[in-house]
Design a protein around this ligand. Structure first.
Ligand code: ZN
Length: 340
């Protein structure tokens, strides 16, 4: 009897150890940035004149476009709560983090915040941004606007997205294009569901319903840029479009079937024929904004694989791939991009 008890104690102990080891492994970054140095942009490469169109990447698909006069933000996610906070507590925007970002990157010139969809890793901070930037407009789905309303953002700042109707902000012409989210997983199986009431924070991450997804076409000084945050495409939606720069979501690309991967690249990269493709939504968004971006943990994706799939496809058509790994100004002027 005593022996049997001892056996079970050892067995349970081993079981717990194996479980802990598995969790630790799953939380490790799925590859190293240092293996992709060849594609990484470093800010010292070229100093762009301040008046040229530039972009800064803040992880996931938060992108700040700036022409020296006007800024346009795609998505608003800077608070980046830890995985423990997301899973075990309610998520919250961090006003001090936003304040710091606003000062550091002079976001007072932001005229518009376009939101790709309403999951928290795209929209958590839009209400706080709206309050700290009272001259900005927030443009998104009904769900997105309800996140802003939950934070008491003035109704005059909110604009319901109008698909395929261009909007002007300074020299920026921005068009929302209906899109498709990354195939759902157990934790975000809410595609098409909406946030029907103002969403007050803190809120559980699952309260941030997708509420439909949008790509954004940005036209500025003769250039065309498409931001596609999610790894999904509406068939033939982009077939008549060509762009200079493509910001392409690759989250979980490696986890999809070969057929899905090829179809996704056909509908986006191969059809849009950009000069430059910049992968987005590859970083571990449970890490704070003041740390260098690292790959998603194995739990979420094999980022090294996802990147390699994109690199291979880009090389085949001579599109240059640029990996942005920190929020430094990247010039979108084709003349500055052409050599390095
Ligand atoms: Zn999402």
């Amino acid at each position: 009897m005593a022996n049997q008890k001892g056996f079970w104690r050892v067995a349970v102990g081993i079981g717990i150890l194996v479980g802990v080891a598995a969790v630790v492994l799953l939380l490790q970054p799925s590859g190293q940035m240092s293996n992709f140095q060849k594609w990484q942009y470093s800010s010292s490469e070229k100093a762009a004149a301040p008046a040229t169109l530039q972009v800064k990447f803040f992880g996931v698909s938060t992108l700040l476009f700036d022409d020296g006069k006007t800024q346009v933000l795609i998505d608003g996610f800077f608070s980046r709560p830890s995985i423990a906070q997301v899973l075990f507590t309610k998520t919250q925007s961090q006003p001090q983090v936003i304040q710091h970002i606003v000062q550091q990157h002079q976001l007072q010139r932001t005229q518009a915040i376009f939101v790709t969809h309403s999951h928290y890793d795209h929209a958590l901070d839009i209400a706080e941004l709206g309050k700290q930037l009272p001259n900005s407009k927030i443009i998104g789905s009904r769900s997105t606007l309800n996140i802003a309303r939950g934070g008491q953002v003035s109704e005059q700042q909110l604009l319901l997205v109008q698909p395929l109707r261009p909007m002007m902000f300074g020299q920026f012409r921005v068009t929302a294009i209906p899109s498709q989210h990354t195939p759902p997983t157990a934790v975000n199986n809410d595609l098409g569901e909406e946030i029907t009431q103002p969403l007050q924070l803190p809120a559980h991450f699952s309260a941030f319903k997708e509420g439909h997804s949008f790509d954004y076409l940005i036209e500025h000084s003769g250039q065309r840029i498409l931001v596609k945050a999610s790894t999904g495409a509406v068939p033939d939606q982009l077939k008549n479009l060509k762009v200079d720069t493509l910001f392409l979501g690759i989250a979980q690309l490696s986890r999809q079937s070969e057929q899905f991967q090829q179809n996704y690249l056909d509908q986006t990269l191969r059809s849009l024929q950009p000069k430059v493709v910049v992968p987005v939504h590859w970083d571990n968004f449970f890490q704070p904004i003041d740390q260098p971006l690292e790959f998603l943990p194995y739990l979420a994706d094999n980022t090294e694989q996802s990147l390699k799939i994109l690199i291979r496809a880009a090389e085949q058509q001579r599109t240059r791939l640029v990996l942005l790994s920190q929020p430094v100004s990247y010039p979108l002027d084709p003349a500055l991009q052409s050599d390095r």
